[in-house]
Design a protein around this ligand. Structure first.
Ligand code: IPE
Ligand code: IPE
Ligand code: MG
Length: 243
């Protein structure tokens, strides 16, 4: 339900970092006999209400999977439609993000996007860089395997240059190279639309995240659904291999 951001009473256990695989825009449109682009447009509205709701709930970091490194496989027209929506979102919503003290982050190799999009993103990052509030991380041309390949490569380069003892490479060393290194640990990973896979998203970070797969299509996902997800998270018992 795309409703206004009205938070409930603060839940007992709040996830610090929530990530969402925003899936189902195309099926939302198809079920209405609309073109897929209309589903993406409706998806942007859901982004707006869910980012507001996350702030109202007090979630420290929200990471949204907006474009995967595999989404280039879609028809060029759909890809360029998504770029247009991204530009619209930044143009319309940046002022609010600045005002709300949001720290914008981008995960993924967004520099592969068209030059005007890259310019807008860089400007948005610069304008929120001095903020100190909640983090909104958007995954753009992101792939977790590429992220891990990059991390391995960076450590190998350091080792080859003699600046790093290869036997000292541990999980912490890898985490310093991940794009999420400044974010709190991932607590809750949500995927909408009924699909139950990670589609190359946050593979390392999801090691001990709680996973929540919901049937709701992304354009229908709203503040209430986020609150329900956070409630469900609060009911989970995390054991990290212990008892
Ligand atoms: C998610 O919705 C948005 C992006 C991947 C950009 P989809 O476009 O994947 O919607 P479905 O899965 O075809 O319904
Ligand atoms: C994952 O959704 C990527 C995003 C939500 C941006 P997809 O719709 O691309 O994933 P698959 O192809 O169904 O695995
Ligand atoms: Mg999909």
């Amino acid at each position: 339900m795309a409703t206004a951001a009205v938070p409930r009473a603060a839940p007992a256990v709040l996830p610090r970092h929530v990530a969402i695989i925003m899936d189902g825009n195309g099926r939302w449109a198809a079920s209405r006999r609309m073109p897929r682009a209309m589903g993406h447009r409706a998806g942007v509205e859901a982004v707006r209400s869910v980012t507001r709701a996350a702030r109202a709930l007090g979630i420290e970091a929200l990471t949204l999977y907006a474009f995967s490194s595999e989404n280039w496989r879609r028809p060029a027209e759909e890809v360029s439609g998504l770029m247009k929506l991204l530009k619209l979102f930044i143009r319309n919503d940046l002022a609010e993000l600045v005002r709300e003290n949001v720290r914008l982050r981008v995960l993924g190799d967004y520099r592969r996007f068209p030059a005007d999009v890259v310019e807008l993103i860089d400007d948005a990052l610069a304008r929120t860089a001095g903020n100190s509030g909640p983090i909104l991380a958007i995954a753009l041309n992101y792939g977790a395997q590429a992220e891990l390949v990059e991390a391995a490569r960076a450590l190998a380069v350091q080792a080859a240059a003699g600046g790093l003892d290869p036997t000292a490479i541990d999980a912490d060393a890898i985490e310093t190279q991940l794009e999420t290194r400044d974010l709190p640990p991932l607590d809750l990973l949500i995927r909408t639309s009924g699909e139950q896979r990670l589609s190359n998203f946050l593979l390392w970070q999801a090691a001990y995240a709680e996973l929540l797969f919901v049937e709701t299509l992304w354009p229908d996902f709203g503040a209430d659904d986020l609150a329900a997800a956070v409630d469900a998270f609060g009911q989970r018992q995390r054991r990290y291999g212990g008892l």
